[in-house]
Design a protein around this ligand. Structure first.
Ligand code: ASP
Ligand code: MG
Length: 412
């Protein structure tokens, strides 16, 4: 007998028929001899609708009230799902975040979970009930409703699974699992059978949107086995687990791309101590986090340097006046902005023990005539910034070049 957490995303509860499917799946899992805890998202589109309503009333809504509104989407689905289970002959009870209780800090709209009490959940499962918990929501010390940030139901599910020591956390979604890259732009993309937390974290933060990043961090911290799979069929999906020998041998597990960054060139600043510190100090003060940074000395005798860096497009409008100003202060010849870029990344545990992976990536891009504008690396990742128009070409070439369409991934 196992304890299973099943989380259903927005499209999986998008209408009443689908909610009935969720109910049937939960009942079948229970009948197979498991205790079942279901975590639900809002019906697809609902959270966006609620947030838009708030913005109709006021341009910058109060964050506390925002969470009171946003949390209702999940409240509705939780009750509907519990009713659907009952109408299919099962026993069920819905619990909201504060009823469980999912205690969070007070950062409205992006709260972090501090503690989860599993006792109400266990009381219900002991009685043979399927517990349906509203995802995305919690409660702070003062009893205010909080939400966990967009996509936060994933985090609710994994955190609850950790708190009640569940044997597995199944994340049901509208895709079959985690793919080697985005199948929409690379037809030979393949479902990955098993991937490590570390790789999943890199892929998630590089723009692969299957799981909220925070949920992967929690899964890794507490060792929760996560199974990402489709709610529309019974095929096994992707297991996200601790690394093991079979995973370490995979040099490149996946390829991600992210169009969310912009590139800034600050050209011809003085090449002397303190210049870069002043530039990035000014950005840090404005709470703007930069990603890649390159500094190169320019030719000539007047000892000038160019600094290139990337930052989120969403921070560009806000950051631009400061960057222009510091540029002037530092005597820059020019400050240029480029939003038509994409960051393409290869991720794999095997990079730690194989040399020449970055060089191979550069060669593949060069063969396609794609110029690399910036590079960054970590232990298990290499990222290149290229012109946005090359997104598909770069992803496909790397996917082929590293043989990802052929790799038979390790089986769980
Ligand atoms: N309903 C929330 C959202 O759309 C949380 C979630 O679905 O995970 O972001
Ligand atoms: Mg989601």
């Amino acid at each position: 007998m196992a304890l299973v957490v099943q989380k259903f995303g927005g499209t999986s509860v998008g209408n009443i028929d689908r909610i009935r499917n969720v109910a049937r799946r939960a009942i079948a899992t229970q009948k197979a001899g498991n205790d079942v805890v279901v975590i639900v998202s809002a019906m697809s589109g609902e959270t966006n609708r609620l947030l838009a309503l708030a913005h109709e009333v006021v341009k910058v809504p109060d964050a506390r009230e925002m969470d009171v509104i946003a949390s209702t989407g999940e409240q509705v689905t939780a009750a509907l799902t519990a009713m659907a289970i009952q109408s299919e002959g099962g026993q069920a009870r819905s619990l909201l975040g504060h009823q469980v209780k999912v205690l969070t800090d007070g950062a409205f709209t992006k709260a972090r979970i501090k503690a989860i009490d599993g006792s109400k959940i266990f009381d219900a499962t002991k009685k043979g009930e399927i517990v349906v918990v509203a995802g995305f929501q919690g409660v702070n010390e003062s009893g205010d409703i909080t939400t966990l940030g967009r996509g936060g139901s994933d985090t609710s599910a994994v955190a609850i699974a950790a708190a009640i020591s569940a044997d597995a956390c199944e994340i049901y979604t509208d895709v079959d699992g985690v793919y080697t890259t985005d199948p929409n732009i690379c037809p030979s993309a393949r479902k990955i059978a098993k991937i490590s937390y570390e790789e999943m974290l890199e892929l998630a933060s590089l723009g692969a949107k299957v799981l909220q990043i925070r949920s992967v961090e929690i899964a890794m911290k507490y060792g929760v086995p996560v199974h990402v799979r489709s709610s529309f069929n019974d095929a096994p999906g992707t297991w996200v687990t601790r690394e093991d020998k079979s995973l370490e041998d995979v040099v490149v597990a996946g390829i991600a791309y992210d169009k969310g960054d912009a590139r800034v060139h600050v050209t011809g600043v003085e090449d002397k101590p303190g210049v870069v510190a002043e530039l990035f100090g000014a950005l840090a003060e404005k709470n703007i986090s930069v990603d890649m940074i390159i500094q190169n000395a320019t030719k000539g005798h007047n000892e000038r340097a160019d600094v290139t860096f990337t930052l989120p497009k969403t921070d560009l409008a806000r950051g631009r006046p400061f960057i222009d100003e510091v540029g002037k202060r530092l005597g820059a010849l020019e400050v240029r902005y480029d939003e038509d870029i994409v960051k393409v990344s290869i991720v794999g545990l095997g990079m730690r023990s194989h040399a020449g992976i970055a060089a191979k990536m550069f060669r593949i891009l060069a063969t396609e005539g794609i110029n690399i504008q910036a590079i960054s690396t970590s232990e298990i990742k290499v990222s290149c910034v290229v012109a946005a128009k090359y997104t598909e070409l770069a992803v496909r070439a790397l996917h082929d070049g590293f043989g990802l369409e052929k790799t038979v991934g390790p089986t769980p």
